[in-house]
Ligand binder design. Structure first.
Ligand SMILES: [Zn+2]
Length: 498
């Protein structure tokens, strides 16, 4: 694991340097507590400090999370650590609960990633300084701690939401770690428990800078009528997870470098998965300084990065939904694709029961793969060929529930998508970029990218020459693409060619 030298680390905490927040944690041997570099507590002596690159590494070394600086609120940067895509994928699966039910699932997890268990452990040790199990356990503890501090959920709900499986296990882990039961951490507002159905509000911090205006404009231009609403600086959407319906609202907390997320959902067990989706959609985990600095080395991109520091690569809320949108967007404008998506939702989406409607603009959830695969015909005003690729996509998603999950290499994922009728290279790369959150995906034939590059370089490049140019942007080509799209006057990717 690459950490700066000890003196630099110590200076970061002496000066409470927020640039290290999420990248560096320190344990204090005299108290057994670990902290963020921005901890307001008195700076411990150098000889009592131990430095770690992840919360899991600190916790695995026997330290417990600080109650003042609250390591659970540090920007979640672990998923971008190093350049190991395997580690990023494994972390995404762990965030979805892959190791929650049973710790022996490490074998299955590594199998899903296409590598051996020992190799996975080695990669985790190298990039995170902790084992996969320690990472999963730390994630559970930190998420539970955040729910205890920031919500009024009952302790039983917190235990279930954080993936502990049983209240007993939850109590044991907290007693081991803090020497007292979890409810004692809550403080004054513990009296009334409020159910998650009425809304759970959490803060998700990111590492600044963050170009909120660009990401909100991106979402607004694509907001599907009935499913998503962008209004007064907030993003709302209707969500369906495992057949249950709820909603999510996200607003920017510029001064706190974070997002305020309000989730209304009937099943607390789905909270971590919903939070993970919000993080992906809003790309809050990007190590943006590293990315911006890397892209700035190219003289063509440098002015773009300077113009939009902190530009994020938005993810898709749901892999299937995103892939459907990509097909609807083939050869039409963003506005036309959005209209088509609205019609699809009206005709094939599930209406939200009246009692559950929390905003007049949210009336449906997006059609799922099963529904579209079973539909006799898809009622949409577009070429029959494209309708048949929607159908093929739905059928592929039904027969392979892991189609949009990160497995294997990016090349394998692209090949998997391309085997679906009507999905060509552009669409496959676009799905990889947004749905799989592949930071290196790059739809080189995209007309918007070619125009963006052409407006900077004078002559519009061919997809092939753009690909060659993009070699030096690896492993962050998705972010370079975002900058090129933004460089166009309308900041909207035009779609062409599958
Ligand atoms: Zn602290």
């Amino acid at each position: 694991m690459e950490l700066p030298d000890q003196e630099t680390c110590y200076r970061a905490l002496q000066t409470r340097d927020s640039r290290f927040d999420g990248l560096l944690f320190f344990g204090v041997t005299s108290t057994g507590v670990y902290c963020r570099p921005v901890c307001p507590a008195r700076t411990p002596q150098f000889q009592h400090c131990r430095f770690f690159g992840s919360a899991a590494a600190a916790q695995q070394a026997g330290f417990r999370p600080c109650l003042r600086c609250r390591p659970e609120t540090a920007p979640d940067l672990a998923s971008w650590r190093g350049t190991s895509n395997t580690v990023s994928r494994a972390l995404a699966l762990i965030a979805d609960g892959a190791l929650d039910a049973d710790d022996t699932n490490v074998a299955r997890l590594s199998e899903r990633l296409g590598i051996g268990e020992r190799q996975l452990r080695r990669l985790f040790l190298k990039h995170l300084g902790a084992s996969p199990i320690a990472v999963a356990q730390t994630r559970r503890v930190l998420f539970a701690k955040q729910l205890i501090h920031e919500t009024r959920m009952s302790m039983t709900e917190v235990a279930m939401a954080a993936g502990f499986g049983s209240v007993r296990r939850f109590n044991e882990v907290f007693r081991d770690l803090f020497g007292r039961g979890p409810s004692t951490l809550r403080g004054e507002h513990s009296a009334t428990a409020i159910s998650p159905e009425a809304g759970v509000t959490l803060r998700l911090l990111y590492r600044p800078p963050y170009d909120w205006d660009s990401i909100l404009a991106h979402l607004e231009a694509r907001a599907i009528p009935g499913v998503e609403v962008v209004q007064n600086g907030s993003y709302r959407r209707a969500v369906e997870v495992d057949g249950l319906i709820g909603s999510v609202e996200v607003v920017h907390l510029a001064l706190q470098h974070g997002l305020r997320v309000t989730i209304c959902f009937p099943n607390v067990g789905s909270l971590p998965a919903i939070v993970a989706r919000v993080r992906r959609l809003f790309d809050t985990s990007a190590d943006i300084d590293t990315i911006d600095e890397h892209l700035s080395r190219d003289p063509m991109l440098a002015p773009l990065v300077a113009q939009r520091p902190g530009l994020r690569a938005p993810g898709g809320w749901d892999g299937f939904e995103l892939a459907v949108r990509a097909i609807l967007g083939q050869q039409v404008s963003v506005a036309a694709a959005r209209n088509l998506a609205g019609h699809l939702v009206e005709r094939h989406g599930k209406p939200i029961p009246a009692a559950q409607i929390c905003h007049p603009g949210l009336t449906h959830v997006f059609p799922n793969a099963e529904g579209l695969a079973a539909a006799d015909f898809i009622r949409l005003d577009m070429p029959a060929k494209r309708k048949s690729s929607l159908k093929a996509l739905a059928e592929a998603a039904v027969s392979d529930p892991n189609l949009f999950r990160p497995f294997g290499t990016i090349e394998e994922a692209i090949a998997r998508f391309r085997s679906i009728r009507g999905v060509g290279e552009w669409t496959a790369q676009y799905i990889a970029l947004r749905a799989l959150r592949e930071p290196d995906a790059f739809p080189a034939s995209d007309i918007g990218l070619l125009r963006g590059a052409g407006s900077l370089d004078g002559a519009r490049p061919s997809p092939r020459s753009l690909l060659i140019r993009a070699e030096s942007w690896r492993p962050w080509r998705a972010y370079a693409a975002q900058h090129l799209w933004a460089a166009q006057a309308c900041a909207i990717p035009h779609r062409r060619n599958t």
